[in-house]
Design a protein around this ligand. Structure first.
Ligand SMILES: [Fe+2]
Ligand SMILES: [Fe+2]
Length: 365
């Protein structure tokens, strides 16, 4: 199966089918809809309005919950893109995962947030009208539609949604603990979703490392679905996040860690992350990532390995043990070996590159 750079062997497809089958055994839904009947009368979300953080208005809070409800309601629009990719690139495993596991779960994610808004005092008819308006809009998918691009998109989208629901739970927990627990239950499903998409992405890369270019392209063009469906709320998310207790820097580090894991080794990770940075127009200190990429492309693999190690240092992951062992090597009598001195010099270079890497713009999708 080869089309616009996407290719996987029959063996790889079978392996992915096996992964999806295993996931299906754990398939479940966030919340049984019958559990939510009349629940809004007991949620106390109105009381949260009296306890909002400094500088955070009631409208801001409502916007935060509406963003969750309105992006969750468009499951069918997102699923259509995944079915299209699965069909066009002959990836039945992806269609199967979407249909049997992902869609039934996602269908249960809107109602908890709707219950919270009913608890605040909104009329059900008004909320249903807003949901209908979103369903009538055309969802613009900002990334490619090959299976590896879709599963990478899945990681990023689910990770950021997981984080968003966690921030909501945090705002609710003191005054409306039952509502907070509903948000947390949805959040836990999103965690599973991104872990599953990560497993599917890593399996495709393991079989065909060339696909990392498509992972990089996805990292570069990614936008949350709310950008096209509910821009009035989505485009305010970054402004709201710090007051809600979000740590954008930590988010970026987490995203980089996930991408790093997918790449499979330090050199490939360095190459892929620099490609993302170059496509996004980012800089390494005063040097554009595009220029750094041109230099490293000439140097070959060793340069990318060093960059990959610098990224590891930057996100707080340990560098590979054999590198540390080389840097610590000593001759009899305790004198460092020539190799150890070279490795230490390399370590200084790595640290100076790590200091130039600014990851903060990565989670501002
Ligand atoms: Fe969801
Ligand atoms: Fe999800």
């Amino acid at each position: 199966m080869s089309r616009r750079g996407y290719w996987l062997s029959e063996d790889a497809s079978r392996r992915l089918e096996g992964i999806v089958e295993r996931i299906e055994e754990k398939a479940s839904v966030a919340i049984d809809p019958s559990e939510l009947e009349g629940v809004h009368e007991r949620l106390n979300v109105r009381e949260v309005l009296a306890d909002l953080p400094e500088g955070f208005s009631e409208d801001d809070f409502v916007g935060v919950v509406k963003l969750a409800m309105l992006t969750e309601c468009a499951t069918d629009s997102y699923a259509a893109v995944f079915y299209e990719g699965a069909r066009d690139y002959n990836a039945p495993w992806l269609g199967r995962f979407t249909e049997r596991t992902w869609v039934p779960d996602e269908y249960t994610h809107t109602a908890p947030f709707k219950s919270m808004l009913l608890s605040v005092g909104f009329e059900e008819a008004e909320l249903d009208r807003e949901i209908r308006q979103v369903l009538d809009k055309t969802y613009v998918h900002s990334c490619g539609k090959t299976p590896v691009e879709l599963t990478t998109f899945g990681i990023l989208q689910e990770f950021l949604t997981d984080h968003w629901h966690g921030l909501i739970a945090k705002m609710l927990k003191n005054r409306a603990p039952h509502a907070a627990s509903l948000a947390t239950r949805v959040k836990r499903r999103e965690t599973l979703h991104y872990i599953w998409y990560k497993e599917m992405t890593a399996a495709q890369i393991e079989e065909n490392p060339e696909l990392l270019h498509l992972v990089a392209a996805t990292g570069a063009s990614f936008n949350m679905p709310g950008v096209s469906l509910t821009p009035e709320y989505q485009l305010r998310a970054l402004e709201w996040m710090p007051t809600m207790g979000a740590n954008l820097d930590r988010n970026s580090r987490e995203i980089v860690r996930h991408l790093f894991d997918i790449a499979g080794n330090t050199q490939r990770a360095g190459e892929m992350l620099l490609e993302v940075a170059a496509l996004r127009g980012m800089t390494l200190g005063k040097v554009s990532a595009e220029r750094a990429k041109a230099v490293l492309d000439r140097l070959g693999g060793r340069g990318y390995t060093l960059l990959g190690e610098a990224v590891l240092e930057c996100v707080g992951l340990p560098i590979p043990a054999e590198i540390q062992a080389r840097a610590d090597a000593r001759l009899a009598g305790g004198v460092p070996t020539i190799g150890a001195l070279q490795e230490r010099l390399r370590g200084m270079l790595r640290t100076s590159i790590a200091r130039r890497i600014d990851l903060s713009s990565l989670s501002k999708a």
